[in-house]
Design a protein around this ligand. Structure first.
Ligand code: PLP
Length: 400
C-alpha cells in the first residue's frame, strides 16, 4: 500500500552535492534504479543471451506501474522510445488528413522537438502546421487554444505542463473539445509524469507521450513512453517494427506483422534493457508513496517557494500560474539576468536551470527536496542580487 507519510524519501536517492532543483530536467539516481541496473548487468555478465528469457517482455511488465501514474489501463501504455520517436510513430498513424480537416496544430511555446516532429509531417503530407499563439510569451490563454482547435485541424499536440512557465493545461477539457470537433489530440506529458496524477483514460485523451528522465528519475536517455486510448486500439501502426509484433509469435520470425495488443504495437526495435532497468527501479518509489501524495507535497513546496520569492525576490517575477489546477511541479522566475544567475547558483551548489530568454526554473521535487533546500536557494539568489556577483559569470556551458 502506498504510504504518503514517507515523503520526502531522502533515504531513497543518491543526490548530487548541494541543493538539487533540476529534477524537471534530469531526475537524480535512486538506490532502486542503481540496484535494478546492476541486476540487469549481472544477468548480462552471467547469462549472456539467455538474459533475454527475463528481459523479453520487461517493458510490458512495467505497464501496470506506468498506467497508475498516467491513469490508464496497462494495455494503453508502454515504456518505449523517446518523445520524439514516439511522436513520429503516433503522427504517422493518427494524423489522417481528410477534407475538410488536414492541418497539424502545436503551440508557440512547445519544446522544439515537438514542433520539429509536427513540421516533418506537415512537409511529408503537404499540410499546414499551425501554432497556438501566446499573449505573454510564457503561457497559453484558454480562448486561444479554443480558437485554434478548430477549422481544418486534424491532429493537435498540446503540452500537459509547459516546459518553461510550468503552466498546467486542462487535459479533460481540451480532450473533450478536440473529440467533439473530430480532432485527434496528443499530449506531451514530459513535465507532468511523476509530478502529478493523470487520468488519461477517464479524461478521454486520445494519445500521450512522455520521457522518464525527468520526474520519474529513470536516468539520462532512459526510454520514455506512450499512451493510446483503448478506443484507438484497432489502429494499425503506420510505422512498424518487430518489437510491436504480438509477443506470443514474435520469435516465429514471420515476415507478416501481427500487431501486439494495445499500445505495445507502437514499439519499434529492441529496447535498451540497461536503460529500461533504470526505469524499472525508479518506479518502485512511486509505488511506495503514491502519486497523489507526491502532488500534495509538490504543491506545498512550490507554494513555499513562490511565497519566499514574493517576499524576498521582488526583482524577479513568478511567471508560473498560481492556481493549483494551473501549475505543474516547477516554478519559473523571470529576470533579465536569469542565465548568469543560473550559472552563479550552480557555482554555489544550488542547481537550477535556465531557459531562454529570461527564465530561471526551480523544481523542488516532492521525493527529495526539503523546505530548507528552497530557503537556501532563495537566500543564495538574494545574496547574488545584492552583491551582483552573478554579473561576473561569462562563459556559458553547452547545457545550462
Ligand atoms: C516538453 C518536452 N518535450 C520533449 C522533450 C525531449 O524529447 P526527447 O525525449 O525525445 O529528447 C523535452 C526535454 O526536455 C521536453 O521538455
Amino acid at each position: 500500500m502506498p504510504d504518503p507519510s514517507r515523503l520526502p524519501r531522502l533515504d531513497a536517492f543518491l543526490l548530487p552535492k548541494g541543493v538539487y532543483l533540476d529534477g524537471n530536467s534530469l531526475g537524480p539516481l535512486s538506490y532502486g534504479a542503481q540496484a535494478a541496473i546492476e541486476r540487469r548487468m549481472r544477468q548480462w555478465q552471467y547469462h549472456g543471451v539467455a538474459g533475454w528469457d527475463d528481459w523479453f517482455g520487461l517493458a510490458e511488465r512495467l505497464s501496470g506501474a506506468l498506467g497508475k501514474l498516467v491513469g490508464a489501463y496497462p494495455d494503453e501504455v508502454v515504456a518505449t522510445g523517446s518523445i520524439t520517436v514516439n511522436l513520429h510513430a503516433l503522427l504517422a498513424t493518427f494524423h489522417r488528413p481528410a477534407a475538410p480537416r488536414h492541418a497539424l496544430l502545436a503551440t508557440e511555446l512547445d519544446f522544439p522537438t515537438d514542433v520539429h516532429a509536427l513540421q516533418s509531417w506537415a512537409e511529408l503530407r503537404g499540410v499546414p502546421l499551425r501554432l497556438v499563439p501566446s499573449r505573454d510569451g510564457y503561457t497559453l490563454h484558454d480562448d486561444d487554444i479554443d480558437a485554434a482547435l478548430a477549422g481544418d485541424v486534424a491532429f493537435a499536440l498540446l503540452p500537459t505542463v509547459l516546459y518553461r512557465s510550468g503552466q498546467l493545461l486542462d487535459v479533460r477539457r481540451w480532450s473533450g473539445v478536440a473529440r467533439e470537433r473530430g480532432i485527434v489530440l496528443a499530449w506531451d506529458a514530459a513535465h507532468s509524469i511523476g509530478a502529478l496524477p493523470h487520468h488519461l483514460h477517464d479524461d478521454g485523451a486520445d494519445l500521450a507521450v512522455w520521457c522518464s528522465y525527468k520526474y520519474l528519475n529513470a536516468g539520462p536517455g532512459a526510454p520514455g513512453g506512450l499512451f493510446v486510448h483503448r478506443r484507438h486500439h484497432d489502429a494499425v501502426p503506420a510505422l512498424r517494427g518487430w518489437w510491436g509484433h504480438d509477443k506470443a509469435t514474435q520469435f516465429a520470425m514471420a515476415p507478416t506483422f501481427t500487431q501486439a495488443h494495445g499500445a505495445g504495437a507502437f514499439q519499434l526495435g529492441t529496447p535498451p534493457i540497461l536503460a529500461l532497468a533504470g526505469l524499472e527501479g525508479a518506479l518502485a518509489v512511486f509505488e511506495d508513496v503514491g502519486i497523489h501524495a507526491v502532488r500534495e507535497r509538490s504543491l506545498a513546496l512550490t507554494d513555499h517557494l513562490m511565497a519566499r520569492a514574493d517576499a524576498l525576490l521582488p526583482e524577479m517575477t513568478v511567471v508560473t500560474p498560481r492556481a493549483v489546477q494551473r501549475r505543474g511541479g516547477h516554478v519559473a522566475l523571470a529576470h533579465p539576468e536569469a542565465l548568469r544567475l543560473s550559472l552563479a547558483l550552480r557555482r554555489r551548489g544550488v542547481i537550477p536551470d535556465f531557459r531562454p530568454p529570461d527564465l530561471l526554473r526551480l523544481a523542488p521535487v516532492a521525493l527529495y527536496t526539503t523546505e530548507a533546500d528552497v530557503d537556501r536557494a532563495v537566500a543564495v539568489i538574494r545574496e547574488l542580487l545584492d552583491t551582483g556577483a552573478h554579473l561576473e559569470e561569462t562563459a556559458a556551458p553547452a547545457v545550462v
